[in-house]
Design a protein around this ligand. Structure first.
Ligand code: HEM
Length: 203
C-alpha cells in the first residue's frame, strides 16, 4: 500500500535525525558546554535550508500518512506490538506538532538560540517540570516503542528472536529516558537557565 511505503521512508529520514538529536542530548551527561559544543557541530549538518525543508516535510508526511494508517487500523489492531505501534505513533504525531511549533516560535518569534537551555528550561523549574518531564519522557520512549513495534510486526514470521530483540529496544528506550532526564537536569539537582529563557517558564 502506497501510504505505508511513504510512511516507512519518511520515518527513516526522521529516525536518522532523531538518533543524532537524542545522542546530542545524551552529551548533557558530560556537561552543558559539551552538549552545546556537540549541537554546534550537528547544526552544520541539519541547520541549512535543504536539510530543514527535507526534515520538516518528512515530519508533515509522517503525521498525515500516520493518521491515515491509524484510522484504517485502529479497529483491527490486535496483540501488544500492533497496539503499541498505533499508540506510540499517535503520541509522536501530537508531540511533533507541539515540539516543532515551540522550536520555531522560540527561534523566529522570541529570537532565542534554541540550544541546551531552550530544551532544559521547562524541565528544571516547578511547576513547568510537571508537564515537561512526562512530555519529553513519553516522546523519547514512544520513539523507541515505535521502532520496537515496527521491528516486531515486520519480522515476527521470519525471526525466532524477534520478541527478545523488540523487548531489548524497549529497555534501551527506558534507559535513554532516564539518561536524558538525568543529564538535562544536572542529575535532578536543577539547572539555572540564563534570564532570556525565563519567558518560556513565566519567570
Ligand atoms: C529530552 C527530549 C528533547 C528535548 C529537550 C528536545 C529539544 C530540542 C531543541 C532544543 C531543539 C532545537 C535544536 C536546534 O536549535 O538546533 C529541537 C529540535 C527538534 N527536535 Fe527535539 N528535543 C527532545 C526530544 C525530541 C524527540 C523525542 C524528537 C522526535 C521523536 C524530537 C524531534 C525534534 C525535531 C524534528 C527538531 C527540529 C530540528 C530542526 O529542524 O531544527 N525531539 N529539540
Amino acid at each position: 500500500m502506497l501510504t505505508r511505503r511513504i510512511h516507512y521512508y519518511s520515518g527513516i529520514t526522521i529516525a536518522l535525525f532523531v538518533t543524532l538529536h537524542l545522542t546530542n542530548h545524551a552529551f548533557s551527561l558530560m556537561g552543558i558546554e559539551k552538549h552545546i559544543e556537540v549541537m554546534t557541530q550537528l547544526r552544520k549538518v541539519y541547520r541549512n535550508i535543504f536539510a530543514e525543508i527535507l526534515l520538516l516535510s518528512a515530519v508533515c508526511i509522517q503525521i498525515f500518512s500516520g493518521i491515515q494508517l491509524y484510522r484504517s487500523r485502529f479497529k483491527i489492531a490486535k496483540g501488544f506490538y500492533e497496539k503499541l505501534q498505533l499508540w506510540s505513533g499517535l503520541y509522536l504525531a501530537i508531540f511533533f506538532v507541539i515540539h516543532l511549533s515551540a522550536v520555531m516560535v522560540g527561534r523566529f518569534i522570541l529570537q532565542l538560540d534554541t540550544n541546551f537551555y531552550f530544551g532544559a528550561a521547562g524541565l528544571n523549574y516547578f511547576p513547568s517540570n510537571l508537564f515537561f518531564i512526562p512530555y519529553y519522557s513519553l516522546a523519547i520512549f514512544s520513539f523507541f516503542a515505535h521502532i520496537a513495534s515496527v521491528h516486531y510486526n515486520k519480522m515476527k514470521e521470519r525471526n525466532r528472536d524477534v520478541r527478545k530483540q523488540s523487548r531489548l529496544i524497549l529497555i534501551v528506550g527506558v534507559v535513554m529516558v532516564f539518561m536524558l532526564m538525568y543529564g538535562l537536569t544536572n542529575g535532578f539537582n536543577g539547572i539555572a537557565t540564563p534570564s532570556e529563557y525565563g519567558i518560556l517558564i513565566g519567570k
